[in-house]
Design a protein around this ligand. Structure first.
Ligand code: A2P
Length: 336
C-alpha cells in the first residue's frame, strides 16, 4: 500500500484528539501532519509512538500535496480551507456542517451509504454528518431497507462534549458551582432544549440538521421527519428516542433479529434484566447501541427505539476515520 499523506486539521480539539486515538486503534499507518490554530502551533503531541509538532494552519498548508485531510476545526475553517486543500488534490473529510447540504458533496455513514464515497470526485470534499444523525442512520437504515420508513420523530438527549471543550468545561465547572461560559444557562442539574442557534420557525439548527441530513443520507428528499434536540448533563454519548412509522407491518422479533445482524449495531434489549443502551456504557466505544425496541400502539406500524452512541467517536471521529479507510480501499482497488 502507498504511504498516504494525511493532514489532521483541528488536532488539538475534542474531536481532533479522538481522530488520533481512533487512527491509532485502527492502526492506519500514514505520513501525518497535525494542524491547529496559531494558539497551539509548536505544541507537541504523542501519536503512533512518535512526537508530532502541531503546525499553524495557513493558506499554504496544503501545498505539500496531502492525499486526505480530516477536518474538525469549526465551520468557518472548513469553509475557507477545504476548497484550498481540494484544489491541491487532497480529499477533505469534513466534520463541520459547512458542506453537508451541498448537492455536490456526499454525506456519508459507511454502514449506510458507502457507495456515495466515490462522489468525492465532484468537489474533493466528503462531509461527515451531524453526530445525532449518524447514530440514528445506523439504526434506521436496515429498517428502512426492509419495511420502508414513512415518518420519524426524534427526541435527543445530547452530551456536553458535542459542544467541544467549552461545553465539557461548563458541566465540569457547573458541578463546582461556577457559572457557564459556553451555554446560555447552567447545564449541571438542567436540560437545555437548545442546541445550536434558533431559526425563524422556532426550530434550532441542530433539529433542522437532523431533518435534512436524514433525508439526504437515506436518499428520500420528502421523508416526514421532525426533531427536538436537548442538551443534558452527560459528558459523553448522545441518547435518542426514535419514533418510527413504517410503510409495512412488522414483527418486533424480526426487528430485533435484523438489527442484531446489522453492521455497527450492538443490540442491548433485555429490559427484564435492566439491560438497555446507556451513555456510560457506550462512551469510549465505536458502536451504536439499540434497545427498548417496542411497538408504538398509537399508529399503524409504529415502532419505538432507544439509540445510544459515543458522539465524539461514532458521531464524529470514528465515522470520519472509517470513511478515510474506505476511501483508501477504493483507491487501492482501483490500482488492481
Ligand atoms: P486550537 O486548539 O489551536 O484553538 P473544539 O471544537 O474542541 O474547541 O476544537 C476546535 C479545534 O479547531 C482545535 O484544534 C482548534 O485549535 C482548531 N481551530 C479553531 N480555529 C482554527 C483555525 N482558524 N485554524 C486552525 N485550527 C483551528
Amino acid at each position: 500500500m502507498k504511504n498516504y499523506k494525511i493532514a489532521i486539521v483541528g488536532a488539538t480539539g475534542m474531536v481532533g484528539r479522538t481522530f488520533l486515538k481512533v487512527l491509532e486503534e485502527y492502526d492506519l499507518k500514514a505520513d501525518y501532519t497535525l494542524f491547529a490554530s496559531a494558539k497551539s502551533a509548536g505544541k507537541t503531541v504523542e501519536f503512533m509512538n512518535k512526537e508530532y509538532t502541531v503546525q499553524e494552519l495557513c493558506e499554504t498548508s496544503f501545498d505539500d500535496g496531502f492525499d486526505i485531510a480530516l477536518f474538525s476545526a469549526g465551520g468557518s475553517t472548513s469553509e475557507k480551507y477545504a476548497p484550498i486543500a481540494a484544489a491541491h488534490g487532497c480529499v477533505v473529510i469534513d466534520n463541520s456542517s459547512a458542506w453537508r447540504m451541498d448537492k455536490d458533496v456526499p454525506l456519508v455513514v459507511p454502514e449506510v451509504n458507502p457507495q456515495d464515497i466515490s462522489k468525492y470526485k465532484n468537489k474533493g470534499i466528503i462531509a461527515n454528518p451531524n453526530c445525532s444523525t449518524i447514530q440514528a442512520m445506523v439504526a434506521m437504515k436496515p429498517i428502512d431497507d426492509k419495511y420502508g420508513i414513512k415518518r420519524v420523530v426524534y427526541s435527543t438527549y445530547q452530551a456536553v462534549s458535542g459542544a467541544g471543550l467549552g461545553g465539557y468545561k461548563d458541566l465540569e465547572n457547573g458541578i463546582k458551582g461556577e457559572p457557564p461560559k459556553k451555554f446560555p444557562h447552567p447545564i449541571f442539574s438542567n436540560c437545555l432544549p437548545h442546541i445550536d442557534v434558533f431559526t425563524e420557525d422556532g426550530y434550532t439548527k441542530e433539529e433542522i440538521k437532523m431533518v435534512n441530513e436524514t433525508r439526504k443520507i437515506l436518499g428520500k428528499p420528502n421523508m416526514k421527519v421532525t426533531a427536538t434536540c436537548v442538551r443534558v448533563p452527560v459528558f459523553a454519548s448522545h441518547s435518542e428516542s426514535i419514533n418510527l412509522e413504517l410503510e409495512t407491518p412488522f414483527e418486533i422479533e424480526d426487528i430485533k433479529k435484523l438489527l442484531s445482524q446489522s453492521e455497527g449495531i450492538i443490540l442491548q434489549d433485555d429490559p427484564k434484566n435492566n439491560v438497555y443502551p446507556m451513555a456510560i456504557t457506550a462512551a469510549g466505544t465505536n458502536d451504536v447501541y439499540v434497545g427498548r425496541i417496542r411497538r408504538d400502539f398509537s399508529v399503524e406500524n409504529g415502532l419505538n427505539l432507544w439509540v445510544v452512541a459515543d458522539n465524539i467517536r461514532k458521531g464524529a471521529a470514528t465515522n470520519a476515520v472509517q470513511i478515510a479507510i474506505k476511501l483508501i480501499d477504493l483507491w487501492e482497488n482501483d490500482k488492481k
